[in-house]
Every structure is written in structure tokens, then in C-alpha cells.
Design a protein around this ligand. Structure first.
Ligand code: SF4
Length: 215
């Protein structure tokens, strides 16, 4: 058996390493590499390929025929018909990401947003707010403005794996920084407005770009 990694698709979660540590390892870029494709039986290689959430492992027989390709073959199949593609939409608002101290409740203004999307997250040491750029009061000092939200049309079942990674990974390969947000139904990836056209061009290879949901 021959095993290949589609490194541009690998999102480095090490699932393959857990299943077959004699075959797979992560390199210094947190991408999988093949140590020795003969160090595990074929069924373990296939199990690793099928478990890969990023469809990045190709297993071929000695004739070079794909035994299981969670990469190229399934990508081809998924891309083959537009109705099988997931859909992305772009929200029109320019967004800001704000940071404030964890102490005390979030200020009231964060809850009076008139936008399609806002988010408040308390985590150890900080409160982060994503909101419309225009709604950020001048008193806020830690603000990263100029973001746009790309949403996956949901709902996406909690049991489905690799969906957010399938958006983030090609953007990472294209050098587009992202800020990810998840909701109950779906996921959003924020990109800088200056990167939006490049992000959409990159993602349109794998996704249908559709009109956003009605307000
Ligand atoms: S399971 Fe797939 S995505 Fe995860 S490290 Fe291995 S090849 Fe990469």
C-alpha cells in the first residue's frame, strides 16, 4: 500500500497519528507526514484515511489505484455536482472585534446591536465582542476594525466533523488570516475586508457563494 498526505488539506488534528503512530507523524508545521506506509496493516491505513476530518489521506494499492481516497476522490465527487456543495454567504456589515477586561459585566451597549450578527464571549482574562464597526463607542481602546463575516449556510449537525476546517484550511493556504465564530446552527469565518475578494475567490473552488439569509 502507498499512502500520501494532501498537505494543503491537512488541518493537523493528529487523528491519523492516534490511529497509526508508526505510519503518521506531525511535522514542525503541524502537518501530517508519512513515516513508513508499511508499518501498519492495510485496514489500519484505510481506517486512518476514513477518520481524517480534512479528507487529506490518500491510500493506493501497488498499481497506484486508489483504495480509499478521502482526499482527491471524495473531493472530486463532492465538487462534481453543485448541489452537493456547501453554501457560503457574505454578510454586508463591516465588523469590529473588541476586547475588554473580564472584570464586571459586559457594558450594555454590546447588547443593543441592530446588526445581523453580534457576539459576546467571556473567557478567562477577557471579554470579546464582535459587532458592527459603527456601534463601537469611542471609549473602546482595544478594537480591531474592518472584518467581514462569511457564513456557512446551516444548520450543520453537531455530529458533522471537519466543516469549519474545510473553510479555514484553504484560507490558511492562501495566507488569509481569519477569526472564527460558531453558533448553534452554523459557523462564521471573519476575514479582513481587504482580503474578502481573495477569500471568496479561494473558497468558490469548493463552495457555492449565495445570497445571505434575509434580515
Ligand atoms: S487526520 Fe488528516 S487532518 Fe489530521 S493530521 Fe492526519 S492527515 Fe492531517
Amino acid at each position: 500500500m502507498n499512502v500520501r498526505i494532501l498537505r494543503s488539506q491537512c488541518c493537523g488534528n493528529a487523528q491519523c497519528v492516534e490511529i497509526a503512530p508508526a505510519v503518521f507523524a506531525l511535522d514542525s508545521h503541524q502537518k501530517a507526514v508519512v513515516l513508513d506506509s508499511e508499518a501498519a496493516p492495510a485496514d489500519l491505513l484505510i481506517e486512518a484515511a476514513e477518520a481524517c476530518p480534512c479528507m487529506a489521506i490518500v491510500v493506493e494499492n501497488d498499481e497506484g489505484e486508489s483504495v480509499v481516497s478521502c482526499g482527491a476522490a471524495s473531493e472530486e465527487a463532492r465538487r462534481g455536482h453543485p448541489s452537493m456543495r456547501r453554501e457560503l454567504f457574505v454578510l454586508p456589515e463591516r465588523l469590529a472585534v473588541c476586547r475588554m477586561p473580564e472584570a464586571g459585566p459586559p457594558p450594555p451597549w454590546v447588547f443593543y446591536q441592530d446588526t445581523r450578527i453580534f457576539s459576546v464571549t467571556r473567557a478567562p482574562g477577557e471579554i470579546s465582542v464582535v459587532c458592527a464597526e459603527d456601534d463601537v463607542p469611542p471609549s473602546m481602546t482595544r478594537v480591531e476594525p474592518g472584518w467581514r463575516a462569511i457564513g456557512l449556510r446551516g444548520p450543520i449537525p453537531f455530529s458533522e466533523t471537519g466543516v469549519l476546517a474545510s473553510v479555514i484550511q484553504p484560507l490558511a493556504s492562501a495566507g488569509v488570516p481569519v477569526f472564527a465564530l460558531s453558533t448553534f446552527d452554523t459557523d462564521y469565518v471573519l476575514v479582513r475586508e481587504a482580503d474578502l475578494a481573495r477569500a471568496i475567490q479561494t473558497l468558490s473552488a469548493d463552495f457555492e457563494i449565495v445570497e445571505g439569509p434575509p434580515r
